[in-house]
Design a protein around this ligand. Structure first.
Ligand SMILES: Nc1nc2c(ncn2[C@@H]2O[C@H](COP(=O)(O)OP(=O)(O)OP(=O)(O)O)[C@@H](O)[C@H]2O)c(=O)[nH]1
Length: 178
């Protein structure tokens, strides 16, 4: 077991909800009663991405444009963070509006699988338990990433310590030879 959860804790995950207009971002952020910081794209997109630790990308099943913007947003996040491993979940909202559906569930699932993200189809308006589940998944991923980061830093600092000790030893033996 690692110590990253015990000695150094991630006190708050910074979560950002991004997506096209009218897809339900505001409702979702407001509904989420978890102890995390939730932001949406009120500031510029770039600064929201820089600020965030985890991203919830939302589209509406009644709006194909919002669906098509998801890949672009994911690319922007990957580019800005310079890594593909940023915690991200994809949410298809307005599942209660079956009559107006223009994006099939399988399309959302397939996109999420291509982008290696968890996928949820839900209705913010109906307040389904999937809303909480999506955020909980994102928080879990952010915590996991934080642990990975700490472990990598610990490993790097151990390597530096060993290198330093070796250098000291080598310097001492050289001094003795002289
Ligand atoms: N039927 C239905 N309507 C929803 C749902 N979620 C949000 N809405 C409605 O969609 C509209 C837009 O919701 P918002 O939460 O303001 O969407 P937004 O993405 O923050 O919108 P922008 O401010 O334009 O970015 C509102 O009229 C909501 O009531 C849902 O799950 N089902």
């Amino acid at each position: 077991m690692t110590d990253c959860g015990q000695t150094r804790k991630l006190t708050r995950a910074k979560l950002v909800v991004l997506g096209g207009q009218n897809c339900g971002k505001t409702g979702k952020a407001r509904q989420t009663a978890i102890n995390e910081c939730v932001g949406s794209a009120a500031s510029s997109l770039e600064s929201s991405i820089r600020w965030g630790d985890g991203f919830l990308l939302m589209y509406s099943i009644t709006d194909r444009c919002s669906f098509e913007s998801i890949s672009r947003l994911k690319r922007l996040i990957d580019h800005s963070k310079q890594t593909l491993g940023i915690p991200t979940v994809i949410v298809a909202n307005k599942s209660d509006m079956e009559n107006g559906r223009v994006v099939r569930t399988e399309e959302g699932q397939s996109l999420a699988s291509d982008l290696r993200c968890h996928f949820y189809e839900l209705s913010v308006a109906e307040g389904s338990s999937a809303v909480e589940a999506a955020f909980a998944q994102l928080v879990r991923e952010v915590r996991l990433e934080f642990c990975r980061h700490l472990l990598a830093m610990d490993k790097r600092s151990r390597v530096l310590q060993v290198r330093h000790a070796l250098r000291n030893k080598l310097t001492r033996s050289k001094t003795m030879q002289w």
